[in-house]
Design a protein around this ligand. Structure first.
Ligand SMILES: NC(=O)c1ccc[n+]([C@@H]2O[C@H](COP(=O)([O-])OP(=O)(O)OC[C@H]3O[C@@H](n4cnc5c(N)ncnc54)[C@H](OP(=O)(O)O)[C@@H]3O)[C@@H](O)[C@H]2O)c1
Length: 247
């Protein structure tokens, strides 16, 4: 079992990237800034000469737990508006030391519930509170870190049933939110994105023998792909290189 199923993952380019599609002085919010990919996204964004402000939020540093709605609601008020770029880079594969299931025989309801809470319901709460804060006038982007293994159509080898299904639920949440957002925020792109197989704490136990990219490269790829989305292009599930992934 691999983080990316049977698709080859290849790096594009790890070079720093400037988000030209957003307004000069744009304001970015990265949730999960303590994570492997989240921290690399922050590093790239900090070095973008076009950025106005980066709001980096993390559970470790700020006590921002995506499963705690009160904390999310308070943070949104604290941050205020506008938000031009929102990236939710939180997620979990191993639950308190319990690895993803190899078979349905290993389903544990508590572990499965934790997967859904962290990988689907938490980001849904982030969407609920943060998406209305996106500007209605300027070009905006909201991206939720998903995983190719959340694709139902692409599932060829089974395994990891809780993580897979929680990410599939996340994809449906993002798609649904994007449809609502298109009515009120026509300049917003709301997408689920697969980062590739990335060298982070999350993937380390499972990436041996697979082609991986560093978090710096993954972050650069993600930002480039987000920047290349066209206004009106929303509700999609895309890979780090911009290619569409089947639901
Ligand atoms: N790495 C890969 O190969 C790969 C492949 C496909 C998809 N992804 C997805 O990419 C995303 C980022 O993964 P990563 O590789 O960067 O993993 P990581 O290094 O383990 O980082 C995970 C981040 O999620 C945060 N987090 C977890 N539970 C949280 C909660 N309840 N509330 C708030 N924050 C929480 C962690 O916060 P703290 O550390 O502060 O607790 C950490 O910042 C995940 O959604 C993952 O599923 C990764």
């Amino acid at each position: 079992m691999t983080l990316s199923d049977n698709k080859a993952e290849s790096p594009i380019d790890g070079s720093p990237f400037s988000l030209g599609s957003l307004r000069q002085g744009y304001r970015a919010v990265v949730i999960g800034a303590s994570g492997g990919i989240g921290s690399a996204l922050c590093a790239h964004l900090e070095s973008d000469p076009r950025i106005g402000e980066l709001v980096a939020i993390s559970r470790t540093i700020d006590g921002f737990d995506v499963t705690n709605e009160r904390v999310i609601a308070e943070k949104v008020v604290e941050i205020g508006e506008p938000v031009d770029l929102l990236i939710c880079a939180t997620g979990m594969l191993t639950v308190d030391g319990t690895p993803p299931e190899k078979s349905i025989r290993h389903i544990d309801p508590a572990v499965m519930a934790a997967q859904f809470m962290t990988n689907a319901i938490g980001p849904a709460l982030v969407a609920k509170h943060f998406l209305p804060r996106l500007s209605r006038q300027d070009r905006t982007i909201a991206a939720f870190l998903s995983a190719r293994v959340g694709s139902i159509a692409d599932n060829r080898i089974g395994g990891w049933i809780s993580y897979r299904s929680a990410k599939a639920a996340l994809n449906q949440i993002v798609r649904t939110a994007s449809i609502e957002m298109a009515r009120t925020h026509p300049t917003a792109s709301v997408v689920a994105i697969h980062p590739g197989t990335v060298e982070t704490k999350l993937s380390a136990p499972y990436s041996r023998g697979h082609k991986t990219v560093t978090a710096v490269t993954a972050a650069s790829n993600i930002l480039r792909t987000l920047d290349n989305l066209q206004t009106g292009e929303t509700g999609s599930f895309v890979a780090y290189d911009g290619s569409p992934i089947e639901w």
